[in-house]
Design a protein around this ligand. Structure first.
Ligand code: 8X3
Length: 258
């Protein structure tokens, strides 16, 4: 017997950080489903190149996520044919540094909070009003296993991703009765430019993170995002943690006196 299950195709998808590894994969997957794509990025050149490569209507949204005025200006200027956003993917963000808390750069910490939290709540707040008034929509946040599991040097990165998780769950409570869905996708180690950014361009150090193992790919993560987004509207995936098979849990450490 042929198995069939209803799917829901978002009509207009806004992806932040769309020119990076995950974002690019999301844009391609939703374009393949026929969704219109609002492509956000900081580099006009990269955003325009991605828009040109997608075979669906696209709108370029260019701003630095840490710039509040530019963010509000750009979102406020989205043309009417792209205003009915029914899927917001908050993908922009990232890690800076892997130093111990007492050695880390305070500017890196503040920037991580801006990139991963301040900008995410700002964009979400602006897009959510339309979703609520249309009684339809889905916010998918790209969290991380780092929001669930502490690790040495993770400090503020782990904390900002824990914020994203709790923000996702908490706004779900507020959205009861609106039909608007919220999902936090929590990937483990995934090979993208994430580590190059974390290690500030040190590609050798970044490559070691993925050496001799099989990390997730951007396509693996895109598959989970597409799955959550295309489930019928009465189904809400709250959180989805996904790791490569070759990643799992370590023991807690115990300091011992010899
Ligand atoms: C990135 C995954 O494992 O480096 O969000 O924290 S991990």
């Amino acid at each position: 017997m042929r198995h069939s299950y209803p799917t829901h195709i978002p009509q207009c998808v806004l992806i932040t950080g769309a020119t990076g590894g995950f974002g690019n994969a999301f844009a391609n997957r939703f374009a393949a489903l026929g969704s219109k794509i609002i492509v956000h990025g900081r580099s006009q050149e990269k955003v325009e190149a991605l828009c040109a490569a997608l075979d669906v209507p696209t709108y370029p949204l260019i701003f630095d996520i840490c710039d509040k005025a530019a963010t509000l200006r750009a979102i406020g200027a989205i043309p009417s044919e792209f205003q009915n956003i029914d899927l917001l993917i908050n993908n922009a963000g990232g890690a800076l540094g892997l130093d111990k808390a007492y050695e880390a750069d305070l500017d890196d910490w503040e920037t991580m909070i801006e990139m991963n939290n301040t900008s995410l709540v700002r964009i979400t707040r602006h897009i959510l009003s339309g979703m609520v008034s249309r009684k339809a929509g889905h916010v998918i946040n790209i969290g991380s296993i780092a929001g669930n599991w502490p690790y040495p040097g993770g400090n503020v990165y782990n904390a900002v991703k824990a914020f994203v998780k709790m923000f996702s769950l908490s706004i779900r409570a507020d959205l009861q009765g609106t039909n608007v869905r919220v999902t936090n996708i929590e990937p483990g180690i995934a090979e993208t430019a994430f580590s190059v950014a974390r290690f500030k361009g040190d590609t050798r150090k970044a490559a070691l993170v993925y050496a001799n193992t099989t990390p997730l790919t951007a396509e693996d993560v895109a598959e989970t995002v597409v799955w959550a987004a295309t489930l019928p509207p009465h189904v809400n995936v709250n959180t989805l943690e996904v790791m490569p098979t070759k990643q799992s849990f370590g023991p807690l450490t115990v300091e011992r006196t010899l």
